[in-house]
Design a protein. Sequence first.
Length: 167
Amino acid sequence: MAIRGRAHKVGDHIDTDLIIAGRYLVTTDPVKLGEHLFEDLDPELRQRIRPGDVLVAGENFGQGSSREHAPLALVGAGVAAVVAASYARIFYRNAFNNGLLLLECPEASRAVQDGDELEIEPQTGEIRNLTRGEAYRAKPIPPFMQELTQLGGIIPYVRRKLGLEAS
């Protein structure tokens, strides 16, 4: 199923503390974390994000600590996907484990502008910039990782595999 939303751009080397400040790590509730998303980077950014929107970042997005709160905050704020030039590896895996779709596409990271309307096909990695009439191709996502995002993360995935949830 395609994702369609507005792009919100952030820069290079955005660390997990800029995604969600350490003072909010007293909860793992995605909605509560999402209320404080990017508070120390741009206090108004969270107010502009609508459910289904796409975050577009530069190099090494999610660097820093291995806290799972960062992808949880993005999910809780309604971010449907992140497109970046590259990711910190631990953030990359934490995001998929929490059901957040990440696409690695340096070309889209450079070309997309704040506010552009994007349409993403997760299965193919195609990113269409409807505002600019351009298309970009992200690196392929392994089928297992696609399944994690479709099911909402590793916990729903394991529950399904154990027969604790309907298929």
